[in-house]
Structures are given as structure tokens and as C-alpha cells.
Design a protein around this ligand. Structure first.
Ligand code: HEC
Length: 192
């Protein structure tokens, strides 16, 4: 508990130390911006989360985890396209501290946000303002269905382990338990 408190203070202190040279400056958005960004961000992120949960369950029931792998790979793409209907949405991505696909690894800003999220007993949406964009982060919590591919690897069917090892030789995304923070959906939204 003590360690958590110290870590928390440390994390608070780091983003506050803004850098005038133009290096990453992570700060809070204003209340007004937050309200607008929350509506746009939630619209995109909720759709993605529902697709992840319900689609995965449906496909896995029919064909098991192997048939569902492409879903977790490709799921962000159609939603990114759908989100582009909203002119304010610049990008949609998933991010994590323990990536399966290195392309989803946390950036420096992501890392600060994810570490803060992980320390909350109930991770919540975090919004950061940076230049002309707001960064909306929706926590992704590990549900039962996620454990089939992100849980204890000794419980994975052999074929699944083989496919994962072949596609993701640097896979760090296993060993999660129910309720863990798996990562976040990151929606970048333009601030007019
Ligand atoms: C059928 C197997 C499978 C299931 C079930 C599954 N995932 Fe994944 N997950 C993957 C694969 C494969 C990737 C790598 C995708 C890629 O290449 O971008 C991945 C990547 C991710 C990423 C992106 C970060 C990273 O590590 O590359 C997140 C976040 C994620 N999964 C969350 C979840 C959540 C939350 C659930 C449960 C709702 C879930 N996954 C269920 C297979 C699965």
C-alpha cells in the first residue's frame, strides 16, 4: 500500500514537470473539452469493446480460440474506418504495457496513463490534452473470454500456443487474470 502511494506520487510529479523544449507534455483537458471528447471517445471505444466481447464469444463458441484469433487482430480496423465518419477522430488504436503485437506497445504518454489506470481500484476513462488533440483512453479489463488467449499459457491448447508463438515471437500478453487491466483503447480526437 505504502509502495503504491509512493508510486502514485511519483507518477503525479512526472507529468507535472512540463518540458518547455516541446518534449511530451501530458496535461489535463479543460472541463468543456473533456465533456465533448468524452462523447466522441466513448462512441468509438464502446463500439470496439462490444465488438471485442460479444463477437469474440460468438466466434469462440462456434470454432474455438484458433478461429477467433483473426478477430482480435483485425477488430480495430473496421472500427477505425467507422470512426472516421466523425471528422474529429484522428486515430483509434489499442495500447498496452504487455503487448502481443509490438505495434500495440504503449508510447510514453500511453505508459503514464496506463500505469495510473492500473493503480486505481476501478480503472476509469482518462483524457489528456496535448497540443491540438485530446487523447481519450478507455480501459480494457480482462473478462472470462479473454483468458482463453491472454490467461495462463499452460491452459492453452497446443495448436493455439503454436500459432501464437509463430505469429508473435515476442508475445508478452499472457498471464492475465480476471479483472486485470489488459490495456486501453486510445482515441485521438482533434480539438478545434
Ligand atoms: C482468440 C484469441 C484471443 C482472445 C479470446 C482475445 N484476444 Fe486479445 N489478442 C489476440 C491476438 C492474436 C492479439 C494480437 C493482435 C494484433 O496482432 O494486433 C491480441 C491483442 C490484443 C490487444 C492489443 C494489445 C496487444 O497485446 O497486442 C488487446 C488490448 C487485447 N488483445 C485485449 C483483449 C481483450 C480485452 C480480450 C477479451 C475481451 C481479448 N483480447 C481476447 C488474441 C485474443
Amino acid at each position: 500500500m505504502m509502495l503504491r502511494a509512493i508510486l502514485y506520487l511519483f507518477l503525479l510529479a512526472v507529468p507535472a514537470a512540463c518540458d518547455r523544449s516541446g518534449a511530451v507534455v501530458v496535461k489535463e483537458a479543460s472541463a468543456e473539452e473533456k465533456a465533448r471528447v468524452e462523447v466522441v471517445g466513448a462512441g468509438v471505444a464502446k463500439g470496439l469493446m462490444e465488438a471485442l466481447g460479444s463477437e469474440l464469444r460468438r466466434v469462440m463458441e462456434v470454432g474455438g480460440p484458433l478461429t477467433a484469433i483473426p478477430l482480435c487482430q483485425k477488430i480495430a480496423l473496421p472500427l477505425t474506418a467507422a470512426a472516421s465518419d466523425s471528422p474529429d477522430v484522428i486515430a483509434v488504436r489499442r495500447t498496452t504495457l504487455k503487448p502481443r503485437n509490438p505495434a500495440n506497445a504503449a508510447t510514453e504518454r500511453d505508459r503514464v496513463v496506463l500505469e495510473l489506470m492500473a493503480m486505481r481500484s476501478e480503472p476509469e476513462v482518462e483524457i489528456r490534452r496535448e497540443g491540438d488533440a485530446a487523447h481519450y483512453y478507455q480501459p480494457l479489463i480482462v473478462q472470462e473470454v479473454c483468458l482463453k488467449c491472454h490467461g495462463d499459457p499452460s491452459t492453452f491448447p497446443k495448436e493455439l500456443s503454436e500459432v501464437l508463438a509463430a505469429s508473435y515471437p515476442a508475445d508478452k500478453a499472457t498471464g492475465y487474470v480476471l479483472g486485470d487491466l489488459r490495456g486501453a483503447i486510445h482515441v485521438t480526437i482533434a480539438i478545434p
